[in-house]
Design a protein around this ligand. Structure first.
Ligand code: THU
Length: 133
């Protein structure tokens, strides 16, 4: 099973698939599954700005479209060329909370070696979820 650094390396490669001509801010993500498979995502932007989709959501949706779900996910890596570890946006925190195991490691990274390990509970305390409906 690949470790933290290897998953981050996959996310760095995924970042090269980013389509981000408007923000020029490329983000890569990678989700590791129990069977050893890894699903990637990058941010895909649009001239109609609200249609932009984040890297980590694309990675999770990519995995789900291949039949994977919460119980399959072991770890998630998110990378951008940020000063410190790349922090996921609020929308992605909500989606991660819904789809990703709450205590599983989420690796936040940048291109120059900054690393932080967190999880869905830390990223979105007191989250709104389906139990509230
Ligand atoms: N972005 C991500 O891909 N993930 C995040 O968590 C933060 C933001 C993307 C969206 C947009 O394409 C660009 O970064 C600038 O916001």
């Amino acid at each position: 099973m690949i470790g933290r650094e290897e998953l981050i390396e996959v996310a760095i490669s995924a970042r090269e698939r980013s389509y981000s001509p408007y923000s020029r801010f490329a983000v890569g993500a990678a989700v590791l599954c129990r069977d050893g498979s890894v699903y990637i995502g990058a941010n895909i932007e649009n001239s109609s700005f609200p249609l932009c989709m984040c890297a980590e959501r694309n990675a999770l949706y990519n995995a789900m479209m291949d039949g994977k779900g919460r119980d399959d996910f072991l770890a998630l890596a998110i990378v951008a060329d940020t000063e410190g570890p790349c922090s996921p946006c609020g929308a992605c925190r909500q989606v991660i909370h819904e789809l990703f195991p709450h205590e599983a490691p989420i690796y936040l990274a940048n291109l120059s070696g900054a690393r932080m390990t967190t999880n869905a509970t830390e990223l979105l305390p007191f989250a709104f979820d389906g139990h509230d409906l």
